[in-house]
Design a protein around this ligand. Structure first.
Ligand SMILES: Cc1cc2nc3c(=O)[nH]c(=O)nc-3n(C[C@H](O)[C@H](O)[C@H](O)COP(=O)(O)OP(=O)(O)OC[C@H]3O[C@@H](n4cnc5c(N)ncnc54)[C@H](O)[C@@H]3O)c2cc1C
Length: 419
């Protein structure tokens, strides 16, 4: 059997690794000159079963409207010049019902939990140098009401076997000494022991190298895919800048580009790009680095130690495929970090501004499975804000589906479900 994997982001690279380990000849094709050079490059690097929710919930439409009315909205949506966003938003709203949201959160959590275990195993067995940090994640709150809601989430996590507990305000600074100088009064935090952080890009790059070393994978970089060719029921090849490539099976893992690539085949794959912004900055005193990656859930800013630097991420803007940024897009990052960890960051050092497009499905679940009616086209995409968290289990599920080698009971929910 020979498989072409389209895309070498963390999802495509991990898929190629799983295929190679199963002894399957694989070609990986990407338009970039190295792996994980788009959305998987500058993300928050949190592997977070503890935060594997869906963004859909009954209060989401109102929360979104309130956010839009602020001068610096953390989430925003552009309707004009953003084709496809209105039907996408209608589908999003349809998945905000309490029962649907609860079911989908549970599915995401189960996939994330399985994936976190597999990811740790791969990092440790392959000896990947990815800045693995295993103290768990911390999600802190300013408001007592938000912390009360977090207690409910903590109980839910515990009921699903995820180790988590609430850290009360008076315990917070001994638990995370980097918070001792916070200028904001914090109500407490959720600590998730089973979350961890590691450099997502480095994971994809090094894992793909390992896959090549197994002798089963060939990687073709700098090679944009123009189209996928079919005879109506079977994929017959892909048309790339370097010419036509053929295999027995094809995996579509083009992140936010997946929907556009699938459209000419008549497939409905509603994936909206949700733009996020990150800074990766040096710290003044490494000894003062936070012990935990995590997030300020009042301001929706994630903060992750990556070796000697700090990654700071925020925002979700649904404004199409535009990837430009302005200076003010990083004001929130700087303000929050200065308020919570004053003096930690050397703002004169290199800032590494970056934007990336989360591949968001309207119901918040990835798509992992066959792209009917095409018997040999497979989808592993649409992981939204959880692609790093869910990549390893998603790749394993897909391998089982392609090879029919094991039954994955979890996974009919991730099949293609529109059209
Ligand atoms: C600000 C931010 C913070 C995030 N934080 C986290 C986090 O902490 N934890 C977490 O789990 N997830 C996080 N995410 C989400 C995560 O980064 C994504 O879900 C994940 O990177 C998606 O991976 P992917 O492989 O599907 O897509 P990508 O990484 O985008 O890979 C797609 C690949 O396809 C290639 N490609 C596209 N079109 C073509 C074409 N026509 N021809 C050839 N190649 C093509 C691209 O070059 C790219 O390499 C975050 C995202 C953002 C933006």
């Amino acid at each position: 059997m020979k498989v072409i994997v389209m895309g070498s982001g963390v999802v495509g690279a991990t898929t190629a690794w799983m295929l190679a380990e199963a002894g399957i000849d694989t070609i990986v094709v990407d338009r970039q000159s190295s792996a994980a050079n788009e959305t998987s490059k500058g993300n928050a690097c949190l592997v977070m079963p503890g935060h594997s929710l869906v963004w859909n919930h009954p209060g989401a439409p109102l929360d979104h409207l309130k956010s839009m009315l602020q001068s610096d909205p953390v989430s925003s949506i552009k309707l004009l010049g953003n084709p496809g966003i209105i039907p996408w938003a209608a589908r999003f709203l349809a998945s905000c019902r309490k029962s649907v949201s609860a079911r989908n959160t549970l599915l995401n959590l189960q996939l994330a939990r399985r994936s976190a275990g597999l990811t740790r195993q791969i990092i440790e067995q392959q000896g990947l140098d990815v800045g693995l940090q295993t103290n768990g994640s911390l999600y802190w709150h300013e408001s007592k009401a938000a912390l009360e809601l977090e207690r409910g989430h903590c109980e839910f996590l515990n009921s699903q076997g995820v180790r988590a507990r609430i850290i009360e305000a008076d315990e917070l600074t001994s638990f995370e000494p980097a918070l001792a100088r916070s200028q904001r009064e914090l109500a407490g935090a959720l600590h998730v022991e089973d979350d961890f952080s590691a450099d997502c890009r480095q994971f994809a790059v090094q894992l793909l190298e390992r896959a090549v070393n197994l002798g089963k994978v060939r990687v073709v970089f700098d090679n944009p895919i123009h189209s996928i060719e079919s005879n109506g029921t079977t994929i017959t090849g892909i048309d790339t800048a370097d010419g036509r490539l053929q295999a027995d099976h094809y995996v579509l893992s083009l992140g936010p580009e997946s929907g556009r690539m699938a459209k000419p085949l008549g497939l409905t794959l509603p994936i909206a790009p949700a733009k996020g912004y990150s800074l990766t900055v040096p710290v003044r005193t490494p000894a003062q680095m936070p012990r935990h990656g995590g997030a300020d859930l009042t301001e929706f800013v994630a903060v992750t130690p990556l070796k000697d630097r700090l990654r700071i991420t925020s925002y979700a803007s649904f404004e199409g495929f535009d990837q430009t940024w302005k200076k003010q897009n990083f004001f929130r990052h700087r303000r929050v970090v200065e308020e919570v960890f004053p003096g930690l960051v050397d703002w004169e050092g290199e800032q590494n501004e970056w934007t990336g497009l989360r591949p968001m499905t309207p119901d918040g679940l990835p798509v992992i499975g066959n792209a009917r009616p095409y018997d040999n086209l497979w989808l592993n995409t649409g992981h939204g804000f959880l692609g790093w968290t869910q990549a390893a289990a998603s790749a394993q599920v897909l391998l089982h589906k392609i090879t029919r080698s094991a039954r994955d009971d979890c996974c009919s929910a991730f099949d293609l479900r529109w059209g």
